[in-house]
Design a protein around this ligand. Sequence first.
Ligand SMILES: Nc1ncnc2c1ncn2[C@@H]1O[C@H](COP(=O)(O)OP(=O)(O)OP(=O)(O)O)[C@@H](O)[C@H]1O
Length: 993
Amino acid sequence: MAAAEGALSFSAASVVEDVLLQQHGTRLRDVDVESRRAEEAASRRNDAAGWLRKMVGVVAARDLPAEPSEEEFRLGLRSGIILCNVLNKIQSGAVPKVVESPSDAALIPDGAALSAFQYFENVRNFLVAVQEMGLPTFEASDLEQGGKTSRIVNCVLALQSFADWKQTGGNGVWKFGGNVKPTISCKSFVRKNSEPFSNSLSRTSSMNEKSLNALTSGIDSNKMANSGSLSMLVRAILLDKKPEEIPALVESVLSKVVEEFEHRINNQFELKKSTTNDVAVSFGNKTLVKSTTSEKPEDKNMMLKQQQIFYQQQKDVQELKQALCTTKAGMQFMQMKVQEEFSSLSLHIYGLANAASGYHKVLEENRKLYNQVMDLKGNIRVYCRVRPFMPGQSDLLSTVENIEDGIISITTPSKHGKGRRSFNFNKVFGPSATQAEVFSDTQPLIRSVLDGYNVCIFAYGQTGSGKTYTMTGPRQLTEQNQGVNYRALSDLFFLAEQRKDIFVYDVSVQMIEIYNEQVRDLLVSDGSNRRLEIRNSSQTGLSVPDASLVPVSSTFDVIDIMNLGHRNRAVGATALNDRSSRSHSCLTVHVQGRDLTSGTILRGCMHLVDLAGSERVDKSEVTGERLKEAQHINKSLSALGDVISSLAHKNPHVPYRNSKLTQLLQDSLGGQAKTLMFVHISPEPDALGETISTLKFAERVATVELGAARVNKDSADVKDLKEQIASLKAALARKEEEPKHMPHPVSGSSERQRRKAAELSPFHSNLQHADAIRDQNSCRRPMGDVGNLEVFTNSALKHKKPSFDLDELLANSPPWPPVPVQSYRDEEKEVGSGEWVDKVMVNKEDGSQVENTLGCWSTNNGHLTDGFCQKYLQDSSKNFPEQTYSMFMGSNGFDHTNTDDVDELDAATSDSSEPDLLWQFNHAKLNGITNGIASKANRSTSKPRKNPDIRNLSSSVGPSPSRKSSNGVGLPLHQNGKQQPAIDGKRKPGNRK
Ligand SMILES: Nc1ncnc2c1ncn2[C@@H]1O[C@H](COP(=O)(O)OP(=O)(O)OP(=O)(O)O)[C@@H](O)[C@H]1O
């Protein structure tokens, strides 16, 4: 409250006074309050001046008259000397240094100015001391003209009161007001007023004064104490008031005073605020505006406080600046760090980008290496699969004796009871192998397709051996028994998905069928049966550009597509297999991959071929249309064999155009293409002939085509052959002990036959050679002693050429396709000696072959016995099946056959005569032997053939019913279908079924 009061520039008394004047001014005018106030003020001034003079003495207070006017009073005290000295008298040392008036003012130049300054010091020191003593003060400006003298008077009188209190011993706490003697005497006041007024005033004063004093004491008791004018005013107001009116009056005055007080406080507060702002602004501008510097102590305090606040604020600002600097430095540091991290990150990213491109290169390299490994494994791989017995065949004994490490051993009957023949493949799957197991080794090829390679997977085998099962699956298809086709495509999608960050692949499929050498689209939905052309030089890169090309993106698409294909596929019923497919079906998957980084386009193509079964015509009991189908099938399979054979020998010309099948597969056979052949065999004993033929061919393909593995395989063969040569030598040595001459019962007819063939043939030049061969025949040994025709063939070659040429050897191995051996059981009965298969081969492949072969061989060593030749020729004269013929012709004659013309093919078979056949066979084998590889000379000499018999014979492919007699010699039939009489009369008569 004291602080608040100190800050106020007005007193509560003045406020009350003003309020009372405002409310009752008009009435007060009547009582001349102003004059009375002036009178009262003069009286109090005189009291104060008198007391001061008394205290400091008249001399010292020479400027202060005893009854001074307001002006005199102010000027008298203006130097502050009197006031300071009086104060020091009351309380010594209250003002430590009092600036005294110079004794001679003239000594001081510009003394007035200096004095004013010094006086101001005195006044200020006085006011500070008085304030510290708790006495009412005034303001320094009150000593100037216009100032409030009454406040100075109040202060002096309060000082007097204090001095009196001190003089009386200073007991208790001095309290201004309580100790103050009222300076206004009622008497003198009353003296100037009329009696009734005086009475009324005296009557109410005791009570009313108390009320108003109580009213004002709480507000400004110090100042009110000596405020005679206020008392007078109060009295004047209360003069005519009744006692019961006074509370309401007091209440109204009080509320008015509070209102006025609040109003003034607010005004002052506003004023202070603006002053503070001015000061702050001037401080901010670092110029201290003197005019704003209040000389009042409250103002000074305020200023000090403001200064403190200002300094505090400046300090805060400094601190903030410092914090800002620190933050800035921190930010710069962080920026630097971010920069550093950014550059290290860039380096890291750069490294990663490098690594990524390196990874790309590694992937590329990986792909190359992978494919190189695949190449090293061999471009053509051969897997063998054995079908399990069909339901209801549990009582049968399997012909498959053992399967181990890619070697399959087949039980074969021999003269000693039981023989065994082993074949080596890349892999052999037994009857219990699952579809997944079979496919697992195929998977790497799928990867190659995505790497832009062409792949061909085909299933080969006799009818009902499980080709369709391997490639597609059984009729009731489940996820487990899905075949290679489905798995290959889902693997393709899977790998494509895995590579999707590197490559984008488009996959589309075609499905076609080759039936009777006609290409049909299997993906037509309108049932149209249009013949399609195969164009290997097509712009689109598609072999069959007109076939439906259906984009696929999932295994489900593939299943749909293949279901459609299977519905459209020509399926014919045969006696062997009611689902036997008589056409080759080919699902071709075209893959185009775009490298997302380099933009390179890779194109791969995969043929998944389910070949038609190479069934034995006689067993299938087919005629007419079915027979025609069979002939076409065998013809195309032969062509496939020729192509593989040519590729194996790296012939400059590969006879792709000999069949639609090879034409179709041209891009996927040879070159960069990778080929996988699934060879299927049936386990039944009655399929043994087919099984052996199939396996022989397959082994040959595997041996020939395998790259790196070829050496090992070749070595095994060489070793095998060497052993056989050794055994042959031993046999020869034994034979040398026997009689030199043995009459040959069939030599005459044989000679006649051979000569006739030679005459009909345009190749007269070979006659001489044939003679030589005939001569050698007299030295042949019986088959039973020889054991294996192939051995002889190979041995002869070996003998002829000291440096062993494997290719040549292979070229002279049984040709492809291995045409089913006819009625081997019959042959077995007839021959009854030697290793079963080879024996069959000997018997079925006719004596001419052996005659020639051995002739060649004998020419060089001259040790073959007549007994052997006799037996052999005998056998050959009665057994000369056209299958055997075609087996040998397969690799030599198909490239000049008009394969498109089925009727011509039939005519060929019926036009053939036995001598022609015999000659042709001899000629072929002769050339085969003398030239090593199925010679070109043979082909070139065959080409100009004009003789229809010869042409037709050479073009006969596969099991032709017209040539397929029960005696197996392949007696020619006339066009009417009747068999020609045997030339030598020894051939078994009999018609084909
Ligand atoms: N590995 C096997 N497991 C079980 N059943 C098999 C297996 N292989 C083939 N089969 C069954 O044998 C029968 C003949 O098989 P499939 O039709 O596949 O022979 P194919 O060689 O395709 O005959 P074709 O040449 O006439 O088309 C079918 O009923 C088939 O389900």
